[in-house]
Design a protein around this ligand. Structure first.
Ligand code: PLP
Length: 247
């Protein structure tokens, strides 16, 4: 339990206040690292939190949300999006191919693309719906993370197919990573700078593709991520409080 984020025990978490705090910290980090004010987007990661929490964040001006599990997101978001079309949700968790069909019905972006197979399935399902979707390539940059492309060769193979026009319903918007869970700031920073350098290299190698988004940084490390070039931070706990995984 982090008392800074959620107040004393028994006190209700104010999602609105947490959002204000995080937005201020993002602004400060942008300033500190000479980034353009407003250049870093904030995603509110609402996994394991109920639709009411999403509504509370939406009422405080939050439009971009992130979810890990397709089933959970598919219960929570379509009714909210029907009511508020400006609301947007990205899938950020490891995705099985058989969940893609459902995910592309409501998600605006799949940030956790980690294999060519998955791109093929996303293309197939989006073609059926006649809809285009953004994706990010998730890259494995930290030792204890389990997800993401683990070799540059495999990543380049996927990007190459995109550049050659194999996936007309897919917009390859950029890259995502998770830093290792550690207190060692150097290791965290290394993970983010690795992704930034890789993205710069791949952008010049594939100039016809957007590849501009750098999704990196979570509750515990988003300021470091911004200093290292993040364009989108994914913050859950610091907005919604601790997750209850027993639910
Ligand atoms: C859960 C999750 C987050 C949010 O993590 P917090 O530490 O709660 O901010 C961000 N990114 C991914 C990929 C996640 O799975």
């Amino acid at each position: 339990m982090n008392e800074n984020m959620s107040g004393s025990i028994g006190e209700k978490i104010s999602i609105k206040e947490n959002l204000e705090l995080i937005r201020n910290r993002i602004s400060e980090a942008e300033k500190k690292s000479g980034r353009t004010p407003g250049s870093v987007k904030l995603m509110a990661v609402s996994k394991f939190h109920p639709a009411e929490a999403v509504v509370e964040a939406f009422n405080a001006g939050q439009l971009l949300f992130g979810e890990n599990r397709v089933q959970e997101a598919s219960e929570k978001f379509p009714p909210l999006i029907a009511q508020h079309p400006e609301l947007s949700v990205h899938m950020i968790g490891q995705l099985q191919s058989n969940k893609v069909k459902k995910a592309v019905e409501f998600a605006d972006c799949i940030q956790s693309v980690d294999r060519l197979d998955l791109l093929r399935e996303i293309e197939k399902q989006c073609a059926k719906l006649d809809r285009r979707i953004k994706i990010l390539f998730e890259v494995h940059t930290g030792e204890d993370s389990k997800s993401g492309y683990t070799t540059e060769e495999a990543l380049i193979e996927s990007i190459k197919e995109c550049a050659e026009g194999a996936f007309p319903h897919i917009i390859p918007d950029g890259f995502m990573t998770m830093a290792p869970f550690t207190d060692d700031e150097k290791l965290i920073r290394k993970s983010f700078s690795t992704l930034r350098e890789l993205s710069q290299k791949l952008r010049s190698q594939f100039p016809s593709l957007p590849l501009t988004e750098l999704s990196m940084g979570m509750s515990g490390d988003f300021e470091i991520a911004i200093e290292e070039g993040s364009t989108l931070v994914r913050v859950g706990t610091a907005i919604f409080g601790e997750r209850d995984y027993t639910k």
